[in-house]
Design a protein around this ligand. Structure first.
Ligand code: AMP
Length: 281
C-alpha cells in the first residue's frame, strides 16, 4: 500500500493504474475510521481494481466554532485498517498541500447547500464540494463511494457532478449502525456512556416515523410531529432539525412517498449528530 502526501504523486499513481486498464475507486474520508468507512472501502474493492482512500480533515468544511482542532486524528490506526482491507493508495495531504496560500476558488452548489445541515452550518457544504471536486481532479476516479449517513452531502455531490460534467459515478453505501441503532460516526468518540444511550433517540425517532409510514401515514406534518414527539422523551438531546424532504432537491415535501428522505440532526451535549432514513426502503 502506497501512502502519499502530495497531489503530484497521487495523480501520477492513479493515472498509471488507469493506463494499465484498472478501474480507479475513490473513498474520501476525514480519517478516524470505523466500520462505516470500511464498508465504503469494501464496496470500492468490489467495484474497482485500484482503491484510493483519502484522509484529510478539511478545515474548509468546519465553522469557526466547530470541532476542527479536536476532531479525532488516528492515522496509524487508520493506516493499519486500510492495509488489512487491501487498499492500494492512501492520499493524506497536509492543509497547505490542499490549500496553498492564496487559494480563493471554491465550488458551491447553490440552493441545496443552504438546506438541512447547510442551514445550521453555513459554508459547510461549500467546503465539502470544494474539497471533493479537488479530490476528483487529483485522483480522476471512475467511481467514488459515499455513505448514505450524509444524505444531504450525497444529493449535493450528485448535483455538482451533473452540473460540472465530472466523469465519475457516485456510489452510495448504506448506513452502518451500532447494534443498538446508533449510526456510526467518528464523532461518537466524543460521547460519554450516558450520552451514547441518549443518542439512541435519533435512530429511535426515525424508526418510529418509518413504522408510521409503513402503516399508511403519508402527511409529512404528522410524521414530523410524531418524530419530534419521540425526541421529547429525551430532553437532554437538543433537536437541530427533523425534516422530511425530497432526497434529490432536499426540499420539504407535504406528502411522503416511498423514497422520501427523513433527516435529523441533534446535539447530545456539545456533539452534533446526524442520521436519516429513506421511507419505504
Ligand atoms: P467522514 O470521514 O465523516 O467525512 O466520512 C467519510 C465517508 O464515510 C462519507 O461518505 C460518510 O457518509 C461515510 N460514512 C460515515 N459514517 C458512516 C456510516 N455510519 N455508515 C456509512 N457510511 C458512513
Amino acid at each position: 500500500m502506497k501512502i502519499f502526501a502530495t497531489i503530484d504523486a497521487t495523480r501520477t499513481a492513479a493515472r498509471a493504474a488507469r493506463r494499465q486498464g484498472l478501474r480507479v475507486g475513490l473513498v474520501p474520508t476525514m480519517g478516524a475510521l470505523h466500520e462505516g468507512h470500511l464498508s465504503l472501502v469494501r464496496a470500492a474493492k468490489a467495484h474497482s481494481d485500484f482503491v484510493v482512500v483519502s484522509i484529510f480533515v478539511n478545515p474548509l468544511q468546519f465553522g469557526p466554532k466547530e470541532d476542527l482542532s479536536k476532531y479525532p486524528r488516528t492515522f496509524e490506526h487508520d493506516r493499519a485498517l486500510l492495509e488489512k482491507e487491501g487498499v492500494d493508495l492512501i492520499f493524506a495531504p497536509s492543509e497547505v498541500e490542499m490549500y496553498p496560500g492564496g487559494a480563493v476558488t471554491f465550488v458551491n452548489v447553490d440552493v441545496l447547500s443552504d438546506r438541512l445541515d447547510g442551514q445550521s452550518r453555513p459554508g459547510h457544504f461549500r467546503g465539502v464540494t470544494t474539497v471533493v471536486s479537488k479530490l476528483f481532479r487529483i485522483v480522476e476516479p471512475d467511481k467514488a463511494f459515499f455513505g448514505q449517513k450524509d444524505a444531504a452531502q450525497i444529493a449535493i455531490i450528485k448535483r455538482m457532478v451533473r452540473d460540472l460534467d465530472i466523469p465519475v459515478e457516485i456510489v452510495v453505501c448504506p448506513i452502518v449502525r451500532e447494534r443498538e441503532g446508533l449510526a456510526m460516526s467518528s464523532r461518537n468518540t466524543y460521547l460519554s456512556p450516558e450520552q451514547r444511550k441518549q443518542a439512541l433517540v435519533l435512530s429511535r425517532a426515525l424508526k418510529h416515523v418509518q413504522q408510521l409510514f409503513n402503516q399508511g401515514e403519508r402527511r409529512a406534518e404528522q410524521l414530523v410531529r410524531a418524530g419530534k414527539h419521540v425526541f421529547a422523551e429525551e430532553p437532554a438531546v437538543r433537536l437541530d432539525y427533523f425534516s422530511i424532504v425530497d432526497p434529490d432537491s432536499l426540499e420539504p415535501v407535504e406528502q411522503a412517498v416511498a423514497g422520501t428522505l427523513v433527516a435529523v440532526a441533534a446535539f447530545v451535549g456539545t456533539t452534533r449528530l446526524i442520521d436519516n432514513v429513506i421511507l419505504g426502503g
